[in-house]
Write a protein that binds this ligand. Structure first.
Ligand SMILES: CCCCCCCCCCCCC/C=C/[C@@H](O)[C@H](COP(=O)(O)O)NC(=O)CCCCCCCCCCCCCCC
Length: 208
């Protein structure tokens, strides 16, 4: 909480801006804004309270791993990270529990959850826990063991109402928040789509 407060209140605007900056003309996904978007999302999650800390801790660890690799190898894009790690051969990559690729894959699946959840929020359904559970079941859940699915579903019941959600996005009235969701969703979808194609092309969608 202290770290989140020190960085100022969350605003959906900064997440939107980060994901907008991600995609280049050559359809590459830039790592720096990608991680910056994730840091914004994590700050939001941390502001929702301790019930979600088992989720934010995992996301923090994954972003930290990628930040360290970004600093070490100066990867500019997800494409260059994949290329670099694949150079050692697909078998070596599959054997690494700390690869950037498998870590990106986890965040990538979570981005699909986010896309579906934001679409649900925008649609007007007032029960955020229902929206969140539906989005989760259609994305991340199929990759999680029973115990994680159970804990996640319990945590979703503690989500704030749709109105409260729109308010803590900090972009003005509920109408303005919904409008910004409409702006943000295509950028997130674009990053998701390009990453999905990249991982499919290199047969990395099932990295253990
Ligand atoms: C707003 C409510 C937030 C609900 C978040 C929904 C996602 C639920 C994910 C539950 C993950 C539970 C934690 C454990 C995860 C790991 O087991 C699992 C596998 O990792 P491993 O292969 O290294 O073992 N990790 C993952 O799948 C990555 C999960 C990353 C979750 C990041 C969630 C970020 C949510 C950001 C919320 C922002 C809402 C924004 C609204 C404006």
């Amino acid at each position: 909480m202290a770290a989140a407060a020190a960085a100022g209140p969350f605003s959906l605007r900064e997440v939107l801006d980060a994901f907008r900056r991600c995609v280049t003309e050559q359809r590459e996904v830039l790592l720096e804004p990608y991680l910056s978007g994730w840091r914004g999302l994590i700050r939001f999650l941390q502001s929702l309270g301790a019930v979600f800390s088992f989720i934010s801790k995992d996301a923090v660890a994954k972003v930290a791993l990628l930040e360290a690799q970004h600093r070490q190898h100066r990867f500019v894009s997800l494409q260059s990270l994949v290329q670099h790690e694949l150079a050692a051969g697909p078998a070596a990559l599959r054997a690494r529990p700390d690869s950037g690729c498998r870590t990106v894959l986890r965040l990538h699946r979570a981005l699909r959850w986010l896309q579906l959840f934001l679409e649900g929020l925008r649609s007007g359904e007032p029960r955020t826990s229902v929206l969140c559970t539906d989005a989760y079941n259609a994305s991340l859940a199929q990759h999680h063991p029973w115990v994680v699915r159970k804990a996640a579903t319990v945590a979703f019941c503690a989500l704030p109402s749709r109105d409260a959600f729109l308010e803590i996005m900090n972009v003005g009235s509920a109408d303005e928040a919904v409008a910004m969701l409409g702006e943000a969703i295509p950028y997130i979808g674009d990053v998701y789509g390009i990453t999905q194609e990249l991982f499919a092309e290199h047969k990395l969608l099932d990295l253990p």
